[in-house]
Design a protein around this ligand. Sequence first.
Ligand code: ATP
Length: 338
Amino acid sequence: MNNPSSALLDIRHLSAGFSIEGNYYRAVDDVSLRLLPGQVLGVVGESGCGKSVMSLSIMKLLPKKVSRMDSGEIWFDGSNLMNLSESELLKLRGSDIGMVFQEPMTALNPVFTIGYQIEEVLENHLVMSKKERRKRSIELLRSVGIPHAERIVGEYPHQLSGGMRQRVMIAMAIACNPKLLIADEPTTALDVTIQAQIIELLKDIQQQRGMSMILITHDLGVVAEMADTVAVMYAGQIVEQGHVTQIFYEPKHPYLQLLLQSLPRLDEEQERLKSISGIVPSLVHMPRTGCRFAGRCPSASDDCRRLTPQLANAGGGHYVRCLNFSACVPTAREEETV
Ligand SMILES: Nc1ncnc2c1ncn2[C@@H]1O[C@H](COP(=O)(O)OP(=O)(O)OP(=O)(O)O)[C@@H](O)[C@H]1O
């Protein structure tokens, strides 16, 4: 069946999780997302909210032994990735979908030169002679701002700084002109000054190539700068979703409001930055009824602990999962306890 939507990526009701000591726990729970061609989707939330599990699920890269994708459709460019074989997925990874992860050292192979690793990507996906591959890998390194690219192709990952290694990862990710780039915390492991340079590079590449991008980060400032649309995740669920201006100027969910209040602002005098008390519940300790944020929410009522809020339409493509903004439909389990 073909996907009728105009989106490049259309994730519908995706759920995925892990077996822990014989029990199954969902780390991503009923997530739906759409990404139009040429647009940037920012996915934000604290550590442990399910951002990485969601992004790895798109490429079916979760560790097979302990994980399961129990429902959902992932439509990419007209095909449902859930129905593709491992070899079809292998073709797609690195060609139409490029990926950049947090820690370039773990993604690069320490025993092969930079040139070898870029050329391997080209060899796997494109028909090119050895000479053409070398020429293209030098061009790619130049395009991501690596000086002395002719020399760097012959060097090993440990000979480069963290920022340069991340540039190499970006070169590999864009080597085959992907339609979608998934960047999962691409700057977290880097120094602050280098972070800004890598974000600037990603922004330039995305705009020049008109590529779609999923940018996963806990840095709201980066999202404000780059994203067209934003999904805010909390405890495996999307709690708010909308256009970047809706997210930053009309935040509705208390979680998002608190995240924004924890950001330093230059345009307003702030006495203190607020932090969110408590931590994201682990999979094993996830509340089974009520709002998952209720335990940390300053405006939670008894209803919030009892009734499960659904993601509700707040108008104009803005969605929010909070009882204060939506009529909620109690789940069967709640009805038993009411
Ligand atoms: N291999 C695994 N086995 C069991 N639980 C896991 C595994 N990988 C992730 N989890 C759990 O799934 C939940 C979501 O984790 P995930 O890595 O997606 O969070 P995240 O939002 O990407 O955080 P971070 O920003 O730290 O990467 C967490 O509770 C995490 O402990």
